[in-house]
Design a protein around this ligand. Structure first.
Ligand code: NAG
Length: 836
């Protein structure tokens, strides 16, 4: 066994020489100075010194070679080097240390592992192709690795969670700011107690939770299911509880990131032009705020009233006064007059489609069935609720709750069943309700739901494969999202394209051209209602007397076909009282038309920008129109399966029915988004000046917040009865600029339409202006979401102060558009502007 010492030395030296000549390794004789870079073998990842944002401090970090701006790991996040003399080297103890060149004995950062019985020349640090930076001994024993110490980002190679063997808990923590990668306030951690869940903390308080792992997915994220692109691998055994987001296609680069505002995002690389695009983020809606409705409260994000809280069956608000002012955070208590729930014929009331309450303090017994679980809970009088732990195989395992039920959320579909203990009276009432006939109805409903879900997914596939056809032939570029969600499916899984088209038609009535020609009097100009985005709208009468609006798409508009298909498929699915209903379509050779319900009062612009029209709208009506539009947009943004951004919200796209209820029209430009995508980038800016958010007009960046901006402009126009005539540079001439100036002086009410006289509640008007100004804030992040807007409109809560509104796009505005002349640009949907 005894090697001659000399030979061993020679071998080692050779090995180390080999290592030290490769670019991916730091060894005792190869340090990294500020300015040097280390590349992983396949050159995906780079390690080196960097300065974040506008800071001049130096940090050692790892980033993708193609995207220097997203630093995925930082070594010395809390201890920057304040000059460029930093060196990353292997210390004499065999640790990786970062220090300034002239004070190597005072490391700013170190791996701090105890390397037993060895010295520095047997240890090296290597940057792997996975982005993991490892400190290894010559026997390949890993002493330390960066993936055990994540910063704010989880790479697909990293696990988040508890490793009991190593005694570590890996979690990600936000940066302090863009200029400071130091440990921030928000962190995403695995909660191993009870039934494991991911919890996002903000300032050490629970901020959002994923819900428990139910065997298939996180219970609180029903939309995040297994797909052909991403796969969540969850491990729960005595040694480890961890989760990893994997991508199945190695050419896709994706990360999970937590930011300082308390958002988690899954980002996917979309090439240098588009950058990192978020495909999922949390929290998403009001009910994602932890314990929004307090103990025993249930939070429903989709209520008409805008108030989200109800109490669990058998419970009532703790403080009805708070409840009245729409504050549910105090939660609920046992109903007044309820009887004992201990051996007194009590039972359980089933709540369906919920995110079950916080599971960190539950009792978990995986061996029990649902029936045994009920018995178990019934037996112990302090047990307040139960649910299955694993939804696979018809539901197994038993979770029982003993304390407050915290953070229950109501879904419209998906979610799990929770059984809440209730006294004999309450449980009898609820069994009656759900007995006999209604359970048959439930079955029927389930079938309908099932069908509608499969139709929806079918539509998604249909649109995706249509998008894919368009994108065919793009080579050597990162996969675009559409391709990602469709492309990795095998061909056999997809219905062939002919089927898709046939099905698409079958979903909604197709009218014969002859019927439409007759209904509109051969498109008689007397029947013309106006110009829509892509064509002329006519009034028509069907033989049965039904009045219709026919949108005839311009044949030579060049973009009609795509928008048409998009519109048909989307609108067919969307039904809301504040959206115009699509009756059907008509396709004949080049001719494409959409058949809508007819709106006798035409569009909002005819009324609010017209002196006589305006006088017909009192304050109450205007307020109802504003809130109706807000609800319609909210529905588009938050519809449970599709997330739709309108992109061309304006007065002429809001129609009014016979009772002056607003209905949003023209979804032609709406893009279908995956459930979880929040922002996308486009080359072609589509929209109307005056309503366009700066980030959209300037950079082609659109998100739900661009619609919020347009909504804000629209709301202000309705209040003031004036058009936001958009002029480049000269803010004093446009409505938003004027309101903002007066707002600063505290005189915003001067802008309220004079035709309202004194007959309006000044505080409500002031609040509406304030909400409008919040929506048109320059920075998209500052703008509220539509659900917040609906909430603020519907409740007399205090509304925060807006920051500066965006009312001029500096001189970097595209030249081609200025030359069109401001007056014509205002009215017409501007379609082709190349951003960047
Ligand atoms: C009921 O369950 C709780 C929580 O598991 C336990 O502490 C308590 O001892 C149980 N009580 C009875 C009577 O079994």
């Amino acid at each position: 066994m005894d090697f001659p010492k000399g030979l061993l030395k020679v071998l080692l030296l050779q090995l180390l020489l080999q290592i030290s000549t490769s670019l991916d390794t730091i060894s005792f004789d190869h340090s990294i100075k500020d300015g040097d870079l280390l590349f992983s073998k396949n050159e995906t990842f780079v390690l080196g010194f960097f300065s974040p944002g506008t800071s001049s401090n130096r940090y050692v970090g790892i980033w993708y070679k193609f995207s220097k701006d997203l630093v995925v790991w930082v070594a010395n996040r809390d201890n920057p080097v304040n000059d460029t003399t930093g060196v990353l080297t292997i210390s004499s103890e065999g640790n990786l240390v970062l220090a300034r060149n002239n004070s190597l004995s005072l490391p700013l950062w170190s791996t701090s592992v105890s390397v037993s019985s060895s010295s520095n020349n047997t240890v090296a640090a290597q940057l792997l192709d996975s982005g993991n930076f490892v400190l290894v001994q010559e026997n390949q024993n890993i002493l330390w690795q960066s993936s055990d110490h994540p910063t704010n980002i989880l790479l697909t190679s990293m696990k988040l969670g508890v490793d009991r063997k190593k005694g570590i808990n890996r979690y990600i923590t936000s940066w302090n700011s863009n200029n400071d990668p130091g440990t921030g306030n928000c962190s995403l951690r695995m909660e191993p107690n009870g039934s494991p869940q991911l919890i996002l903390y903000k300032n050490e308080a629970k901020w959002w939770r994923s819900g428990q792992w139910n065997g298939i997915q996180w219970g609180g994220i029903p939309g995040m299911t297994k797909n052909n692109v991403f796969n969540i691998s969850f491990v729960n055994n005595p040694d480890e509880i961890s989760v990893r987001w994997k991508v199945l296609d190695p050419s896709i680069h994706s990360v999970i990131m937590v930011d300082g505002s308390g958002q988690i995002q899954q980002l996917v690389w979309q090439g240098p032009q588009h950058g990192w695009v978020a495909v999922w983020s949390a929290p998403m809606d009001a009910c994602d705020s932890y314990a929004k409705c307090g103990p025993f409260g249930n939070c429903n994000p989709y209520t008409v009233s805008g108030f989200n809280c109800t109490c669990s069956p058998g419970y009532e608000p703790n403080s009805p006064e708070d409840w009245d002012i729409r504050d549910g955070s105090g939660g609920c208590k046992r109903q007044e007059g309820s009887i004992s729930m201990c051996g007194n014929d009590e039972g359980f009331v089933r709540m369906d489609h919920v995110k079950v309450p916080d599971t960190s303090a539950i009792k978990l017994e995986m061996s029990l069935s649902l029936e045994a679980c009920e018995e178990e809970c019934l037996r112990n009088c302090s047990c307040l609720a139960y649910a299955v732990a694993d939804v696979r195989n018809g539901g197994t395992g038993c979770m029982t709750w003993y304390g407050d039920l915290m953070d229950t959320k109501q879904f419209t579909e998906g979610g799990e069943a929770l059984y809440v203990r209730a006294d004999a009276i309450v449980s009898a009432q609820n069994t009656q309700k759900s007995g006999g006939e209604s359970s048959a109805n439930n079955k029927k409903l389930a079938t309908i739901l099932g069908v509608s879900i499969s139709v929806t997914s079918f539509l998604i596939v249909a649109v995706l494969c249509w998008v894919r056809r368009r994108n065919k032939g793009r080579r050597g570029q990162p996969k675009l999202l559409q391709d990602i969600f469709s492309g990795s499916r095998s061909r056999e899984d997809l219905p062939n394209e002919k089927d898709v088209d046939d099905q698409g038609k079958a979903d909604l009535p197709v009218f014969d051209l002859s019927t439409i020609v007759e209904a509109t009097g051969e498109f008689c100009s007397a029947n013309m209602l106006g110009h829509g985005g892509f064509g002329i709208v006519y009034k028509g009468n069907l033989p049965d007397g039904q009045e219709i609006a026919v949108k005839r798409l311009s044949r030579n508009s060049g973009q009609g076909v795509e928008e048409f298909k998009n519109e048909v498929k989307l609108i067919a699915k969307l039904q809301h009282r504040n959206l115009v209903r699509l009756f059907g379509c008509c396709i004949d050779k080049e001719e494409r038309m959409l058949i809508y319900e007819y709106m006798p009062n035409r569009s909002l612009d005819w009324i609010i920008f017209d002196k006589n029209g305006r006088s017909l709208l009192d304050w109450r009506k205007r307020f109802q129109i504003i809130i109706g539009i807000a609800r319609g947009v909210l529905y588009l943004h938050q519809d449970s399966r599709l997330k739709i951004i309108h992109r061309d919200l304006k007065a002429s796209n809001v129609l009014l029915d016979s009772s002056m209820n607003p209905k949003i029209s023209d979804f032609g430009m709406a893009r279908m988004f995956g459930d979880d995508q929040i922002e996308a980038n486009t080359n072609r800016v589509v929209g109307t000046y005056g309503y366009m958010s700066p980030e959209y007009a300037m950079d082609g960046l659109y998100s739900t917040k661009s619609d919020v901006f347009s909504f804000g402009v629209l709301a202000l126009e309705i209040i003031c009865g004036k058009k936001n005539n958009f002029q480049f540079e000269d803010s004093s001439l446009n409505l938003v600029g004027q309101i903002w100036d007066l707002w600063i002086e505290g005189k915003a009410l001067n802008m309220v339409d004079l035709s309202l006289g004194q007959s309006y509640p000044t505080d409500e008007a002031m609040r509406c202006i304030q909400i409008g100004l919040l929506c048109v804030q320059e920075n998209a992040k500052d703008r509220p979401t539509m659900s917040e807007v609906v909430f603020m409109l519907g409740n007399e809560t205090t509304v925060q102060s807006p920051k500066k509104a965006a009312f001029s796009f500096k001189s970097s505005a595209p030249d081609s558009s200025t030359s069109r002349g401001a007056s014509s640009v205002n009215d017409v949907t501007v379609t082709v502007i190349e951003a960047r």
